[in-house]
Design a protein around this ligand. Structure first.
Ligand code: TRP
Length: 473
């Protein structure tokens, strides 16, 4: 899918070739975006933070912050045409500012590595559930049975560790061979197939007798249930699900041909990604109510609700096996994009072959992942700050690192880069450019900062201090 085009119209061309078509690029970014974030993470955080109001904030974050930041990443990537660290350094000095902007790329690469360390563990869950479904473990199961299966799996570090190892092996394998090979075909098949299975599951959910309850939970906002921590989680989820704030999209943008519309590509990805997440929610919540399950069950929510559905429907063994195969595929295409920036960086800087870089990086990520593997069993009682090792990694990466580097990407594209440069990439004439520029200069940065200040309690702290000072004088 990447063909080596000569530099067109005197502009830089990528070191690694170009996407063969606009569709190839959209498919690759969709493959990165659609993953565990949609089917595993979105339902459980929505459950934890009370439903409707959380979903509304999440959707607002997708449109007002996610879209403009995604467009910025693509345009920066296409302009720099290097790995994210080198691109930020190059563009920084090109705009007459500092090459220290490379730090933004650096935070992103580290975030990707940290995210993959636990992402791989949940990719491993999905893989394990392929086998459990195929073996008929869930046939006729009740709620207590699927919870017992989950507890049995989670309680064994050997089982969780084994599937984490397998999943990481799959990811290393693809990255070592070169990302482009086979990815396009895989995504072209996987995303529609996943959608079809989700729609079939939706049919099951609608017939569960509790669809109205699930629908209401997701779409009737009750702001009294929403905390600032929930708002922060909704914003983090918007970054996580769109794969932005770490340079993955920037890395893919580096291979995008000049003439492609960035706005159109970003909109297509955001719509596909959001649709899948919403349908996943509409499948899962009615099942939670129908079976009297715990709505804030946390990260294993999907591994309780769906096996229960598969266990009690006609053809559930085939259906369930297929579903978890597709989920594993979706996680796999995302894992690749989490690893690629770090591997590209090692290749370009330490002069290793792609295969060597992938294995080195993959083994390090695998070792870090053991922290998450153990946080469900032997280290379950080892808690600090936000909870277990997994809870802390999850919070630090999704709620802090992604929005932070997203903020800096927005500031760079909106303020550091001159108007001519961004207009050149986005096409200056349209209203879409004007809207993008307002979002990226004001709405996104101020929104991100405000949510950070509110959720950390810093804003109250400052307000109180100001009041005390003004009261004293
Ligand atoms: N978006 C993916 C998901 O929803 C996860 C992911 C892949 C990601 N690449 C990323 C998240 C880069 C943040 C940054 O499952």
């Amino acid at each position: 899918m990447l063909s080596n085009l000569a530099s067109d119209s005197g502009k830089r061309s990528s070191l690694h070739g170009h996407w063969s078509s606009r569709m190839a690029f959209i498919l690759a970014v969709t493959g990165s975006a659609v993953g565990l974030g949609n089917i595993w993470k979105f339902p459980y955080v929505t459950g934890q933070y009370g439903g409707g109001a959380f979903v509304l904030v999440y959707l607002a974050c997708i449109v007002l912050i996610g879209m403009p930041v995604m467009m910025s990443e693509i345009l920066l990537g296409r302009r720099g045409r290097r790995n994210p660290i080198a691109t930020m350094a190059l563009l920084g000095s090109e705009e007459g500012k500092s090459s220290n902007w490379s730090w933004v790329g650096g935070i992103g690469v580290v975030a990707g590595v940290l995210i993959l360390s636990y992402y791989s563990v949940y990719g491993g869950y999905s893989l394990a559930y392929v086998l459990k479904s195929a073996a008929g473990t869930f046939s006729g199961a009740g709620a207590a049975d699927v919870i017992a299966v989950r507890d049995g799996f989670e309680g064994s570090w050997k089982a969780v560790g084994l599937f984490h190892t397998l999943f990481m092996g799959l990811s290393i394998f693809v990255v070592a061979r070169g990302v482009e090979r086979g990815l396009e075909q895989a995504v072209r098949f996987m995303v529609p197939a996943l959608l079809v299975l989700l729609l079939a599951l939706l049919g099951y959910s609608i017939n569960s007798g509790y669809f109205a309850e699930g629908f209401e939970f997701m779409f009737t906002p009750d702001f009294s249930k929403l905390t600032w921590e929930g708002v922060l989680a909704a914003m983090g989820q918007a970054f996580f699900t769109l794969s932005i704030g770490m340079g993955a999209v920037m890395a893919y943008g580096a291979y995008l041909p000049e003439e492609t519309s960035i706005t159109g590509a970003a909109a297509a990805v955001a719509i596909a990604d959001t649709t899948i997440a919403i349908i996943a929610g509409l499948v899962i919540f009615p099942l939670v109510f129908a079976n009297g399950l715990d709505i804030d069950a946390g990260p294993s929510l999907v591994f309780i609700t769906l096996p229960l559905a598969f266990g009690n429907m006609a053809g559930g063994i085939i259906f369930g096996t297929l579903f978890f195969i597709l989920l594993t595929f979706a996680a796999w295409t995302s894992a690749i994009s989490l690893m690629e920036p770090a591997v590209a960086w090692i290749m370009e800087h330490l002069n290793h072959s792609r295969a060597q870089a992938a294995v080195m990086m993959g083994l390090s990520i695998w070792a870090m992942g053991l922290g998450t593997v153990f946080s469900f069993n032997i280290l379950a009682d080892f808690t600090f700050f936000k909870g277990t090792i997994f809870d802390n990694l999850d919070f630090l990466t999704i709620n802090v690192m992604l929005p932070l580097s997203g903020l800096m990407i927005a500031v760079f594209a909106g303020w550091v880069m001159c108007r001519n440069s961004s207009a050149d990439e986005l096409g200056s004439a349209g209203t879409s450019y004007k809207i993008w520029r307002i979002l990226v200069r004001f709405v996104a940065p101020i929104g991100i900062l405000f949510v950070f200040l509110k959720s950390s309690g810093l804003l109250e702290f400052v307000e109180n201090a100001v009041q005390r000072i003004s009261g004293a004088s």
